[in-house]
Ligand binder design. Structure first.
Ligand code: CP
Ligand code: NVA
Length: 298
């Protein structure tokens, strides 16, 4: 049994195959082919933070695959009343075939996985967002071919998305330039664990120079809403706008996991412009997670 808590839980060849499979599943769906490898299987979805894309993509994936899903929030389950994660994991996993969790501490998904009898998928923690990277890699492969040897620029917070990009740099073999404000760099432990070509600086221009893909994310993530003002000041010079994109390769793509704040981390002309593939990226959450569910439970 495999869990998917970070991109490091799959091998580089499993990840490449998964991304290719996602595109195959997308074509099958576009052609109206009915494919139900998870008939009668159930996904439990534990959401301790908000979501649009992750919830809709996982629920749709299970319906299209012939199975079903159960949405669980801390507001109306015993999870919110202090039932231990270990106990919840044993009970929930005894009744379903796969579990997806979106929460705060990464430790919580690790503990849940330890006591779960079925595969566990990390649907975002404070430290990692691996499902998003599956969709991002699928999108790059579809638009430009293999990302191996290419240069990716991460501009902004050294957060969960940035950490997953660091893991992806190792697993998919691209060079990663990271520009984060002082005090908002990625965690040293994540950097040290990665066998990847990383360049970490405080200068967005240096990071974006000649990049094939430019990526950013919100300045204040879920759970950091009170830091919004402080972060706006710290990140003021880190907006991805046309002047910054002009330093990247002519063919460079722009990605953002969404939701986005136009006028903050990205200008409207970039996110709504010709280099942006954010809508393809969002749709690919569905196809990439179908490939993941198939790999883990079919
Ligand atoms: N990108 C992403 O995970 O979006 P949601 O928060 O809407 O699920
Ligand atoms: N870094 C963001 C990603 C949202 C999908 C957050 O954690 O809120």
């Amino acid at each position: 049994m495999k869990h998917f808590l970070t991109l490091r839980d799959l091998t580089p060849s499993e990840l490449t195959r998964l991304v290719e499979r996602a595109t195959e599943l997308k074509k099958m769906q576009q052609q109206g082919e009915v494919y139900e490898p998870l008939k009668n299987k159930v996904l439990a979805m534990i959401f301790e933070k908000s979501s649009t894309r992750t919830r809709v993509s996982f629920e749709s994936a299970m319906i299209q695959f012939g199975g079903g899903s159960i949405f669980l929030s801390p507001h109306d389950t015993q999870l919110g009343r202090g039932e231990p994660v270990e106990d919840s994991a044993r009970v929930i996993s005894s009744m379903v075939d796969v579990v997806m969790i979106r929460t705060f501490e990464h430790r919580k998904v690790e503990t849940f996985a330890k006591y779960s009898s079925v595969p566990v998928i990390n649907a975002l923690t404070d430290e990692f967002h691996p499902c998003q990277l599956l969709a991002d890699m699928q999108t790059y492969f579809e638009q430009r071919g293999d990302i191996r040897g290419k240069t990716v620029a991460w501009v902004g917070d050294g957060n969960n998305m940035c950490h997953s990009y660091i893991n992806a740099a190792q697993q998919f073999g691209f060079k990663l330039n990271i520009a984060a404000p002082a005090g908002y760099e990625p965690q040293q432990s994540v950097i040290d664990a990665a066998d990847a070509e990383l360049f970490i600086c405080h200068d967005p221009k240096a990071a974006v120079s000649n990049a094939d893909l430019v990526v950013t994310d919100v300045w204040a993530s879920m759970g950091q809403e009170e830091e919004q003002r402080k972060r706006e000041a710290a990140f003021a010079d880190f907006q991805v706008n046309s002047a910054l994109m002009a330093l990247a390769d002519n063919d460079a793509l722009f990605m953002h996991c969404l939701p986005a704040h136009r006028g903050e981390e990205v200008s409207a002309e970039v996110i709504d412009g010709p280099q942006s593939v954010v809508w393809q990226e969002a749709e690919n959450r569905l196809h990439a997670q179908k490939a993941l569910l198939e790999l883990l439970c079919a």
